[in-house]
Design a protein around this ligand. Structure first.
Ligand code: NDP
Length: 246
């Protein structure tokens, strides 16, 4: 389904990003495994992809850093020849009620989740236009759609990702480049392990399908959006949340 394609997945050393990288490779893509702090884990992902017979490289880049994103993308285009699929998965939370939230907590979350998504798109803009093809898939969140008390910074960043996605879809459609977002609900990763037991229970009670989602639930949707099967879909936000945002 993705043979001959090269995918760049940000934050691919662990969690949802790891599963996206492995799933795209299972469907035939070569994968650039971006990490920030998780070097060892990213190298393990590379080894797993290589075992599948695909090419993979682990590359350190803090997505909030505009210059680093530019260097990662130019280095990787030199290494792989082209990048066809960009998955903006890297994300952080710094939860608190606004009364306790610091300016730094707000700025950091916007810098990684929203500006980081802009940074990679900006540096892939010309290469994608030259190729007259490309797929951009951005990870937003149910929180960006519904809002959530204690997550104003995160909700704002993820709502921003939705606006960025729709604008980019309009800007790039004439060049055969699709831009979509996936909005996970409550997925079992390190990010949600950090929640208190009572917050986990309260979240579970809001899921019509009555189960926590898996990274695979998200990865399969990303793979579909990256494939030719989704060539007529752009500017959409696909909720993969067990019905939370109905
Ligand atoms: P995790 O906390 O498990 O993993 C976060 C990932 O983001 C890590 O791979 C980390 O890399 C990477 N990352 C963080 N900051 C940076 C940075 N500055 N530069 C590069 N990479 C960075 O999160 P999840 O896997 O749960 O989440 C993945 C995405 O899905 C995020 O965008 C998140 O907001 C979104 N999401 C998750 C939900 C969930 O329930 N889990 C729900 C809704 C949305 P490293 O370890 O190398 O630092």
């Amino acid at each position: 389904m993705l043979s001959g394609k090269v995918a760049l997945v940000t934050g691919a050393g662990r969690g949802i990003g790891r599963e996206i990288a492995l799933t795209l490779a299972q469907y035939g893509a070569d994968v650039i495994v971006n990490y920030n702090g998780s070097e060892e884990k990213a190298k393990e992902v590379v080894q797993e992809i290589e075992k599948m017979g695909r090419k993979a490289v682990a590359v350190k880049c803090t997505v909030a850093d505009y210059e680093m994103c530019g260097k990662m993308i130019s280095d990787m285009i030199a290494e792989f020849g082209h990048i066809d699929i960009l998955v903006n998965n890297a994300g952080i939370t710094k939860d608190n009620l606004v009364i306790k939230m610091t300016e730094e907590d707000f700025d950091d979350v916007i810098a990684t989740n929203l500006k980081g998504t802009f940074n990679t798109i900006k540096h892939m803009y010309r290469p994608f236009i030259k190729q007259k093809s490309g797929r951009i898939i951005n990870l937003t969140s149910v929180t960006g759609i519904l809002g959530n008390a204690g997550q104003a910074n995160y909700a704002a960043s993820k709502a921003g990702v939705i606006g960025l996605t729709k604008s980019m879809a309009r800007e790039l459609a004439s060049r055969n480049i699709t831009v979509n977002a996936v909005a996970p609900g409550y997925i079992d990763t390190d990010m949600t392990q950090a929640m208190t037991d009572s917050a986990k229970e309260a979240t579970l009670a809001q899921i019509p399908l009555k189960r926590v989602g898996t990274p695979k639930d998200i990865a399969e949707t990303v793979a579909f959006l990256a494939s030719d099967k989704a060539s007529y879909i752009t500017g959409q936000v696909i909720s993969v949340d067990g019905g939370m945002a109905i």
